[in-house]
Design a binder for this molecule. Structure first.
Ligand SMILES: C[S@@+](CC[C@H](N)C(=O)[O-])C[C@H]1O[C@@H](n2cnc3c(N)ncnc32)[C@H](O)[C@@H]1O
Length: 222
């Protein structure tokens, strides 16, 4: 089976495919993350393993146009959660990452980086039309496309990213005579995180300690 991840990052999908006997195709805009993904397979799976997989260092918008329709068996991806890593207001995440000497964004100002789209509704539409629909076009009919996403806060506003994405993608036309149909939603619990008393005692401000796996199927139109 061939597994496609259009936001390959440091290769979690590639590693999972490698250890379960599948082949993966990762597309990642940033050279640094793409190289780390290759290095990860070499060190965490086996020397030489990265050559069994495909790593494309490019804008997925461009790369996905070159895929044959119905050529992959599974799509799984975790897109940027809008510009949330770039937000100065997100003190806790940013400070934790700075303290651990981790990158606080995926790229500084690359206009091709999806996370750098300033307006949330434009971001949602571009994510669906330029990345997920073309990935679904590359998927075989009857097969599945999964997205791992989290809700988030933008200043004081809670943004239900997972449900906004479902609204954008359920019944979306894949432009090859099929549609994406939502099959279910799994919650991925992140129980290792500490609870913090945000807002207490004045307001309820949620701790976000879970992510969602949105499961879609490519179904032929009746
Ligand atoms: C949430 S991360 C993916 C994490 C990934 N699952 C991993 O194992 O590291 C999103 C990734 O999308 C990449 N990205 C953003 N815009 C992109 C684009 N236009 N084409 C390809 N990759 C892009 C970012 O550089 C970032 O590495």
């Amino acid at each position: 089976m061939v597994v496609l991840d259009p936001f390959g990052g440091v290769g979690s999908t590639a590693k999972a495919a490698a250890v379960t006997g599948r082949k993966s195709i990762s597309i990642e805009l940033q050279k640094h993350w793409n190289e780390l993904a290759i290095e990860r397979l070499e060190t965490e799976v086996a020397p030489g393993d990265s050559s069994k997989h495909t790593f494309i260092n490019d804008d997925s918008r461009e790369a996905l146009l070159k895929f044959e329709p119905e050529s992959v068996d599974f799509v799984i991806t975790s897109p940027p959660y809008w510009s949330i890593l770039n937000k100065k207001a997100d003190h806790k995440v940013k400070q934790e990452r700075l303290a651990n000497d981790l990158a606080t964004n995926y790229s500084d100002s690359d206009p091709k980086d999806l996370a750098n789209i300033a307006d949330y509704s434009t971001f949602l539409k571009v994510l669906a039309s330029d990345f997920i629909v073309p990935s679904a076009r590359a998927l075989k009919s009857g097969k599945y496309l999964c997205m791992i996403v989290s809700d988030f806060r933008n200043k004081s506003k809670f943004v239900s990213f997972h449900s906004d994405l479902i609204q954008e993608l359920d019944n979306a036309n894949t432009e090859d005579g099929a549609t994406l149909a939502l099959q279910g939603v799994k919650v991925l619990l992140q129980n290792h995180k500490s609870l913090l008393p945000y807002g207490y005692p004045f307001a309820y401000v949620e701790n976000i300690h879970h992510q969602y796996i949105l499961i879609f199927r490519k179904v032929a139109k009746p």
